[in-house]
Structures are given as C-alpha cells and as structure tokens.
Design a protein around this ligand. Structure first.
Ligand code: KG4
Length: 335
C-alpha cells in the first residue's frame, strides 16, 4: 500500500511516500528554521505562509523521487493535531485536496503517534506493546503503547515540554534557534555537576513531570551572573541542565516499565536526538536488561515518513476521515 503523507504542524514542511508503513521511498523535508531564527522562535504566521509556499512543490518532488505516478497512490495521511493551528490547517487542506483529486482515502494521524511510529521505521522487528517516552518541542509524554493505534498516557509534563526548556536555555545563553542541538553540543565539553539545578516532584502522579522550575532556575542563574558581571561556565551549565532533564525522564520511564512488566522501551521526538539522554537511556536499559529503541537522528525531528508509517496502521484499524476533517491545536494521544 503506497501512502503519501504530509507533516506541517510546526516549522517543518514534509511530504513522504511510504510503502506498507515501514518502507520509506522518500521523505522530503523543508525546514523553516532559518526563517524563524532571527526572531528566536517560531512565528506562527510565517510558518503557515511558508507551508503554503512549498507544500505543492515538495509533494511533486516526493512523487518524482519515489519514481511513482500520482495514480499509484492508495491513500494520503496527514498530521492533523496537535500543533500550530494555522500551520496544521495547511497540511490538512492540502491532504484533503489530494484525497479528493485522486479519489483515495484520507487518514488523520496524531503527530505524537507519528513520532512514536518513527521507531517502527528504524526497527523493523519492533511491535507493540511497549512503553514510550515521547519528548518533543511541544509535548513530553510517557505512554503505554498497547497496540499500533491505542495508547494510554501514564505521565505527562504539567507545564513546559522538555524541548521548550532546551530552547529557552539556549535562548538565554544567546545560542541560535532551535537551541536544543546547540545546548547538546556545548554540554559535551562541560561538567554536569557544576551547577545545582532542581528536579521536579509533582504531587498526585509520580509519572507526571514539570520543567518550568528548571527553566526558571536556568534563567535566574544567567540573569544573576549578568547582573554581578560574573562569567558563567556555559558548557557546564548546559551539561548540568541536560543532566537535570535526563534525571526527570529516565527514572520515571524505568520505574513504569518495571511496574507494567514491559521489557521494551522506546524514546521518540526531537529531544530524543540528545546525546546525553540517548546515552543515559542506553546505560540504564542495558543494566536492567530492557530492549531500548531510539530512532536515528534523522527520524527524531519532525518528518513525514513517521506520519505515513502511523497512517498505515490507522488505515488498517479503519481510521479514515471524510472531507470534513478539521485540524486541532490540542489533542491528547488517547483522546
Ligand atoms: O519533535 P520536534 O522536531 O518538533 C516537535 O514536534 O515539537 O522537536 C523539536 C525540539 C526542539 O525543542 C529542539 O530544540 C529539540 O527538539 N532538539 C533537541 C536536540 N535536537 C532537537 N533537544 C536536545 N538535544 C538535541 N540534540
């Protein structure tokens, strides 16, 4: 089954062609990062307009590179929630037009389910059930992946997403947007014990997380140092910060895997590209004999192949949409 898939929830426009879910014929990604860098973050209006400008050309290029005809397509899948609403609408409307023009099914895909599905592309042997920590720019979720399409959120951030926290840390240190990868790079030369930063404990649910206290602590530390004219050890601040994020993610994931009796743990989303977080999960999984799945860096950030992969499983489960499909800024993964 050949699926064209569309991703436009934030600042990447992407169109992929996948076969039977896991085989990627092409994944065309246009990153708008340069357009937003000057503002230090994503400007929603600019994001929407840029998606409108490039999406048709990307789709044509995907068809050409995959070496197929439009008439070969069996369905079109689209990331329809959550995301910047104007941006998501561009992809949803484009996918509806493709479905209408070619007379093929339209498959709505939850963006975070797509991130989790990136693991199916990277690891052909992976099948649910497993536990997944999904960490991206807008979401931080610990999910019980019960089947390809049914997931249950067991824990989530109560405030900022881990990626937002990386981006804010980068911004306050004057690093370019998007900042996560720059914080990652600097932290590799730092002492992760130099700065004492808070770890959150959230009342009520041991698997919920909070990153706003950590974010505020970093901002205060930088501002205080500036006011006193003190030089900060930026590498060590990045390393101490990243260790604090990892300390919020890893123990909860391990504890829940033990509690649920799962042997398979996956990590997904843009922040899964972080070298320290990858290494910490690898060491802990090896120690306890868990099987660990983290996509290669190319599949951690937003892409359309992951939407095509999840779209395939949604289609098999009978989850298609009519021409009245809408886009949603917010939607729980288990809604
Ligand atoms: O999954 P993603 O591409 O977009 C969303 O769906 O949100 O995630 C983007 C986030 C950004 O916050 C970015 O700074 C962060 O992932 N990120 C990283 C790294 N690479 C990207 N954070 C930490 N370390 C990295 N190496």
């Amino acid at each position: 089954m050949l699926i064209m898939s569309i991703e436009s929830t934030c600042d990447e426009t992407a169109v992929a062609i996948t076969e039977n879910g896991r085989r990627v014929l092409t994944d065309q990604i246009f990153s708008q990062a340069d357009l937003h860098a000057v503002y230090g973050g994503v400007v929603p209006e600019i994001a929407s307009r840029s998606h409108v400008e490039v999406i048709s050309q990307l789709a044509q290029r995907a068809i050409d590179i995959a070496g197929i005809q439009k008439s070969d397509l069996d369905a079109v899948a689209v990331s329809y929630a959550p995301g910047l609403i104007g941006a998501v609408l561009v992809g949803v409307n484009f996918a509806k037009s493709v479905a209408l023009a070619l007379g093929i099914p339209l498959i709505p895909v939850h963006h975070i389910k797509g991130h989790i599905a990136a693991n199916y592309i990277a690891f052909p042997e992976l099948e649910p059930p497993f536990l997944c920590m999904a960490i991206s720019g807008g979401n931080t979720l610990l999910s019980d992946v019960r089947s390809y399409t049914e997931m249950k959120i067991i824990g989530a951030t109560r405030d900022d997403a881990a990626g937002e926290c990386f981006d804010k840390t980068a911004r306050v240190l004057g690093l370019p947007y998007p900042g996560g990868k720059h914080v990652d790079k600097l932290s590799q030369a730092g002492d992760d014990r130099k700065y004492d930063l808070p770890r959150s404990h959230v009342e009520g649910n041991p698997y919920d997380m909070s990153f706003s206290g950590l974010k505020t602590a970093v901002v205060n530390l930088v501002h205080n140092a500036e006011q006193k004219g003190e030089e900060l050890d930026r590498e060590s601040l990045c390393a101490s910060f990243t260790r604090a994020v990892s300390d919020s993610l890893l123990p909860r994931t391990m504890q829940l895997a033990r509690e649920l009796g799962y042997r398979k743990i996956a990590v997904a989303g843009g922040v899964a590209a972080n070298s320290r977080i990858r290494a910490d999960f690898a060491v802990a999984a090896e120690k306890e004999g868990f099987e660990l799945f983290i996509p290669p860096l190319s599949l951690c950030g937003d892409n359309a192949a992951m939407i095509g992969c999840q779209g395939y499983y949604e289609f098999l489960a009978g989850h298609t949409a009519g021409s009245d499909l809408n886009a949603f800024a917010n939607m729980e993964i288990d809604q």
